[in-house]
Design a protein around this ligand. Structure first.
Ligand code: ADP
Ligand code: MG
Length: 651
């Protein structure tokens, strides 16, 4: 199908703006995407557990070193006292004779062993942290890949009415930035959260087993820290949602600006555009700063609480050492494990904010993925068989948006295969709307559109649209070669076929005049083609599909007379033997049409053939005399003179 954007977006406005709410189920759905990568995800988590375990060993070993040192020191001192007092001293210390012996002679060795073990665990931790990072990155990139593809596929399938309501900039931010936020959460946030929870609980268990009293000292701090993070995260989430909304707005402006740069320059609107952009950029900046302000408030508060915990350990731990219920090594271990409590708490805080962002983003992504396309295949839809080309409108009424004036009111007509229908009427009378209903870009609000007797709503969209060719005035070329663009609807078409249709569309000559011929790159950054050349490529594109029904926006007003003449000839060629709908601009089109439909405010006010209408319909006579363009044939002489100046005109 050769459909390009038929209608302009008439409802700008920020449709689909997410409302800030509590963390929704969207994040869970995003996480479910991991299911496709179970093995990779499993290893990522396994490696995470191993490296966390290695991390947990370090304070334990540090305790061994310090205890070896202090015990060694004490043993050396005890060894100095007279031998008669030794048993009493050992009894007071609670040491056996072997222990005393070991502390005295093997302290250095114990220390070295523990030191080497610390080194070993550091290496294990490093290796597995590396493996885990690699695996999680792999998983998250794969998930993001799936997300992007699903999103893109969905955007392709969404109906015109969806695209009418949603801005391109919005969609672009969702497909890029929002997906990235979700990816970061799935790839890092989720693992870090797991690590934080594992680290936190195992540390607490170890601490309780080491010294209950000391552990109880720091316990009251934990809920305080957690509460701060919770308050923080709930207040920051709507702020992040707003950041995304403002980013979308900025993107929309940028996107519109780039697409319309010629118009902007022609109308000298650069300063206003600059102003619009500045306002949007400023909005975004302010929002980011607002978020940063909360963040910068958070961390000092947390650090203060950490210091409070440390002070408590120093004080209460110190007292226990003096009383002899705690060793120096255990004390040191405690301080180290304390970091293992506050570190994951801080990490959790960070993740909660990341989760807020990811959740807001996931919501926006799923908003698209869940958007119901108005135009979809029925569950039992069958393929439309190869058609003859009968088209019937039966009492069709159509509204673009919910209420308001219908764009079409009770439109009825019927065309035989191969006939040409000319649509006439003022701007906004409903000509394009009629055309939009045939390939089912929209569904009729009431009544039915039938092709060969099949209601278009009851057949598969692909089978319907692939049998309808559309040539619009404003041709979209995609980046790629001329050949790719002609073969757009049938990528595996052979070169001979492509040349044949290019000849039929009078495009062969100008194509071969390029040094690279059919392999000339066009579209973004490619060779720029004139309006007439583009249109001839669009005609070739439609010819290649050999459709039974053809839709033409026959406006060639942007093209010089020579090109117009050529295009007109090829269009006549193209229409032969096909049911054609033409938005007529020229006298010759209406003269030759089998059916002329005169539209006014969405209603057919007159219909029939030219001679008949000219006599009986004053409205038609009026349009015919004042609005239709004289045929290009009439200026053939001029055309030939111009053609003599240079065969190809490139505007
Ligand atoms: P024509 O092609 O004859 O100029 P259209 O069929 O484009 O007229 O438009 C018919 C009416 O429908 C007009 O009032 C127009 O504003 C409205 N309309 C067209 N396209 C849309 C759209 N995508 N969303 C909302 N209204 C639309
Ligand atoms: Mg129109």
């Amino acid at each position: 199908m050769q459909a390009q954007a038929v209608t302009q977006r008439r409802t700008p406005g920020g449709a689909g703006r997410p409302r800030p709410e509590g963390p929704g189920p969207e994040l869970g759905r995003a996480i479910a995407y991991l299911a496709h990568y179970k093995k990779d995800a499993f290893f990522a988590y396994l490696f995470l557990f191993i490296s966390t375990g290695a991390m947990l060993m370090v304070p334990q070993l540090t305790q061994s070193i310090i205890d070896a040192v202090t015990n060694g020191y004490i043993a050396q001192q005890v060894a100095k006292i007279p031998a008669t007092f030794l048993p009493t001293a050992l009894q007071k210390l609670g040491w056996t004779a072997e222990q005393f012996d070991r502390y005295q002679n093997s302290a250095v060795q114990l220390m070295i062993t523990a030191g080497l073990l610390i080194l070993l665990f550091a290496v294990i931790r490093g290796l597995f942290a590396y493996a885990q990072t690699y695996m999680s990155e792999r998983v998250s990139q794969s998930v993001a890949f799936d997300f992007r593809n699903d999103l893109f596929a969905k955007i392709q399938r969404l109906s015109f009415s969806y695209h009418d309501k949603n801005q391109t900039g919005q969609l672009m931010v969702r497909a890029t930035d929002d997906v990235e936020k979700v990816r970061l959460f799935i790839g890092q946030g989720l693992l870090q959260a797991t690590q934080a929870v594992v680290l936190l609980t195992s540390t607490l268990i170890i601490l309780f087993f080491t010294n209950v009293k000391l552990t109880l000292v720091i316990m009251p701090l934990l809920p305080v820290v957690l509460a701060i993070f919770m308050v923080f995260s709930t207040s920051v989430r709507p702020l992040f949602t707003e950041v995304q909304v403002r980013l979308s707005r900025l993107n929309t402006i940028l996107q519109e600006n780039l697409a319309g740069i010629k118009v902007i320059k022609a109308f000298v609107r650069e300063p206003e555009q600059q102003g619009r952009f500045d306002v949007a950029a400023d909005d975004l900046k302010n929002q980011q700063i607002k978020v940063a302000r909360i963040f910068s408030f958070l961390f000092p508060v947390i650090f203060m609480l950490v210091s409070l915990g440390q002070a408590a350990i120093f004080y209460f731990g110190g007292r226990q050492i003096i009383q002899g219920t705690l060793t120096l090594g255990e004390w040191q271990k405690f301080t180290m494990y304390l970091m293992y409590i506050f570190f994951p708490l801080g990490q959790l805080g960070f993740i909660i904010s990341q989760m807020s962002q990811a959740s807001a983003s996931a919501k926006r992504v799923f908003e698209i993925l869940d958007a119901r396309s108005d135009v979809v295949d029925l569950p039992n839809a069958e393929n439309l068989p190869e058609i003859q080309g009968t088209v019937e409108f039966r009492g069709v009424t159509f509204r673009y948006v919910g209420e308001g004036e219908p764009a079409l009111k009770d439109v009825g007509f019927s065309v035989e295969p191969g006939q040409t229908v000319a649509l006439l009427g003022a701007t906004g009378s409903g000509k394009s709307t009629i055309i939009n209903l045939i390939p089912r870009f929209y569904d009729a609000t009431a009544g039915a559109v039938l092709i060969d007797g099949h209601d278009v709503r009851e057949v598969c969209l692909d089978s319907l649209r692939s049998q309808i060719g559309i040539v619009l005035q404003d041709t979209t070329l995609f980046s790629g070669t001329i050949r790719d663009n002609i073969a757009f609807g049938r990528p595996n078409a052979g070169l001979e076929e492509i040349i044949a249709v290019a000849k039929g569309a009078s495009a062969h000559d100008f194509i071969t005049s390029f040094p690279q011929g059919y392999d000339t790159p066009v579209g973004e950054r490619g060779t720029s083609l004139s309006g007439g050349q583009k249109q001839r490529l669009a005609i070739a594109r439609a010819l290649l599909m050999d459709p039974r029904i053809l839709i033409l926006d026959d406006s060639t007003s942007s093209v010089d007379t020579v090109t117009e003449y050529e295009i007109q000839q090829t269009l006549t060629n193209l229409m032969k033997g096909r049911t054609s709908f033409v938005i007529a601009q020229r006298i010759s089109t209406v003269r030759n049409a089998d059916l002329i439909l005169v539209l006014e405010k969405g209603q057919i006010v007159a219909s029939g053939k030219h001679d008949d209408l000219l006599e009986n319909s004053p409205i038609y006579a009026e349009i015919y005399n004042s609005q239709l363009v004289e045929d290009a044939q009439a200026v053939t002489e001029t055309a030939e003179t111009i053609a003599w100046d240079g065969k190809e005109k490139q505007s």
